[in-house]
Design a binder for this molecule. Structure first.
Ligand code: KG4
Ligand code: ZN
Length: 365
């Protein structure tokens, strides 16, 4: 493993969380010395989604405070660092630019190397930080902005097996919650209602299971929920608590079934490579859902594959993953110059065509 201890500061500002973290790695596993995340949910709540201009301003205002807090918590100064890692995309461009400019200023002022990091690589490499997974492993990213299967072969070597062709699953949970008058973020509120309902009461589709590939679709599920809701309202004049619970349970079960079946297919492709220590890792906010997590864990068990899911604070957007991904790139000798640009789109695997355009939380590339 690593020989010289390295300490990196990471910055993240690609969506609606402003974050800074310090990560150190010597001979053994990496240590998170500090990880500061300032969410912006309150600023965007009234708009039903992330407003890019508000996000960019909030990042610009908060980034320096996050850096100071992260260094303070780690008990370090800029002089103790070996480099500055920063999310350079994909994401909402104003926020990414705010982070990249801050990182350039810090690197230039302190005479430190600058390392641009792909936000998705940050998520995809997190299971190495938390569980020491060895390459290659299969990764399922499921959040409000991302949904894809990746075979992670190295810090810069990713193969995308498939992904959503429309909404990300978290986005579908959030929209469904809105349709049922449940609070945001929708995932946890739908999960809580679903616990009281019957998943078989309403028939929800299982989109794209008729196709053999690993692509997914969630927007039809949300439409199915809308239709079922409108039909109940037309018949009874409103929704009872039991109707709402049954709708949530049916919707959640459909998402879990589709994710489980597509994971089974992705695992088959991955296992054909005969990985030395087969592992399935799940990350993203939706991985917090117990029914979905359990369904995926069962699929991994059946395939005889290790299952890991990083703790939620490292599954959702944070800067420790950016600092860690920066460390991995740093060890490969990668450095970026002052010409590092912020990229709204930046697919991890350029060998396959993109599936969707920008979403509510930015590009899903
Ligand atoms: O990873 P994340 O914090 O942010 C990004 O999207 O990048 O994911 C947030 C998403 C939201 O859409 C939220 O509704 C969903 O994850 N989520 C859940 C649960 N907790 C959070 N979805 C389903 N079940 C949950 N328990
Ligand atoms: Zn993310």
């Amino acid at each position: 493993m690593a020989d010289t201890p390295l300490t990196l500061l990471g910055l993240e500002s690609s969506c609606d969380d402003t974050a800074a973290a310090v990560v150190r790695q010597g001979d053994g596993p990496a240590d998170i010395l500090s990880s500061v995340v300032h969410g912006q949910a309150d600023f965007h709540a009234a708009f039903g989604g992330v407003v890019p201009e508000i996000a960019a301003r909030a990042h610009a205002e908060k980034l320096d405070l996050c850096v100071i807090e992260a260094l303070d918590k780690a008990g370090l100064t800029l002089r103790d660092l070996d480099g500055i890692a920063v999310t350079a995309g994909p994401g909402l461009i104003g926020g990414v630019m705010a982070g990249v400019m801050m990182a350039k200023g810090l690197a230039l002022g302190a005479g430190l190397p600058l390392i641009g990091v792909n936000h998705l690589a940050g998520h995809a490499l997190t299971p190495r930080l938390t569980d020491g997974l060895v390459f290659p492993y299969l990764m399922l990213l499921v959040s409000g902005g991302h949904c894809q299967f990746l075979v992670v072969r190295g810090p810069e070597d990713f193969s995308r097996l498939g992904g959503t062709i429309d909404d990300a699953p978290g986005e579908a949970f959030d929209k469904s919650a809105r349709l049922l008058g449940l609070p945001q973020p929708g995932g946890p509120s739908v999960e809580a209602e679903a616990a009281l309902g019957d998943p078989a009461h309403f028939a929800f589709p299982r989109p794209l299971l008729d196709r053999p590939d690993c692509n997914l679709s969630f927007s039809g599920l949300k439409t199915a929920l809308l239709r079922a809701r409108d039909q109940i309202v037309a018949e009874k004049g409103g929704l009872t608590r039991a109707d709402r619970a049954d709708l949530c349970a049916g919707f959640q079960q459909a998402v879990a079934d589709v994710l489980a079946e597509k994971t089974r297919r992705a695992l088959r492709i991955y296992m054909a490579e005969a990985p030395s220590v087969p592992a399935l890792a799940v990350a993203g906010g939706v991985a917090a859902n117990r029914a979905i997590r359990q369904a995926l864990e069962e699929v991994a068990d059946q395939a005889g594959v290790r299952f890991t899911a990083p703790p939620l604070r490292l599954c959702t957007d944070n800067a420790a993953m950016i600092a860690y991904a920066g460390l991995e790139r740093f060890r490969l000798g990668r450095r970026d110059g002052m010409d590092l640009s912020a990229r709204p789109r930046w697919p991890l695997d350029c060998s396959v065509p993109g599936l969707v355009g920008g979403g509510r939380k930015g590009a899903k590339a």
